[in-house]
Design a protein around this ligand. Structure first.
Ligand SMILES: [Ca+2]
Ligand SMILES: [Ca+2]
Length: 237
């Protein structure tokens, strides 16, 4: 009798376990779309799912600014990039060039990355994905020109265009690449993608269009416009 009771209990526990597993699987199926994305258009819901090609694209972007790779972007990460620029471009303390570099990075960090709007704030990859997808899905910009007025993309260009002539040369691009310590083997492909008309330099318009396509395309697969790899090559699934 005791054996039967024990067997019954084991059976009951086993069936409870199966029910629990089924609940977990059902939960996974519905939770694939994060709650914050549940009312977005379906292409952006897909972009928000874990493992999506859009998330792979954004992960590259996050890693570029998470300089120490601890999973959180802080001002300390960006400060390190400014220090690298100072070394690479030989910017003297107190110079107007260093001030411009520092101010530009502070602006982008406080406006775009920091969750408190100052140098004390932070961002995680999940916060970045949520902010970018929410912005892109609501697309307050109708075209590239409006996009430029509503995002820090102009300042981003100015920080790479060291001599301010309106074109990013291969030399200026390499300074940017080295300051962020990106993968050397990937630099040429990324540069060529950004140089839309293949004349050897990246114009302001080419840069703006690249960022517009990159941020507003809710995937990173076949059919993506010319510039899916703005900071490095997006890995396949
Ligand atoms: Ca230039
Ligand atoms: Ca060009």
């Amino acid at each position: 009798m005791q054996h039967m009771a024990a067997a019954f209990r084991r059976g009951l526990i086993a069936s409870q376990h199966v029910a629990w597993q089924q609940q977990q699987l059902a939960g996974l199926a519905t939770s694939a779309i994060p709650e914050w994305a549940s009312s977005l258009p379906s292409a952006w819901q897909d972009a928000a799912k874990p493992g999506s090609s859009y998330r792979r694209k954004m992960k590259i972007h996050f890693n570029v600014c998470d300089y120490d790779k601890d999973g959180v972007v802080r001002w300390g990460d960006i400060k390190q990039i400014v220090d690298n620029y100072a070394k690479i471009r030989n910017l003297k303390p107190g110079s107007a060039e260093l001030r411009k570099c520092q101010d530009g990075h502070e602006f982008v960090f406080t406006k775009f990355w920091s969750d408190t709007g100052d140098l004390k704030g932070t961002s995680t990859e999940e916060k970045l994905v949520r902010n970018i997808i929410t912005a892109a899905a609501n697309a307050p910009w109708k075209n590239v020109e409006e996009f430029v007025t509503m995002t820090p993309v102009k300042i981003c260009f100015d920080m790479v265009d060291a001599d301010g002539d309106g074109f990013i040369t291969a030399k200026e691009f390499k300074e940017f690449w080295d300051a962020h310590q990106l993968k050397p083997a990937e630099m040429k492909q990324v540069y060529n993608e950004l140089d839309g008309d293949k004349d050897g330099t990246i114009s302001r318009q080419e840069y703006y269009e690249a960022f517009y396509n990159w941020l507003n395309t809710p995937h990173c697969d076949a059919g993506h416009k010319a510039t899916p790899n703005i900071w490095g090559i997006v890995p396949p699934k």
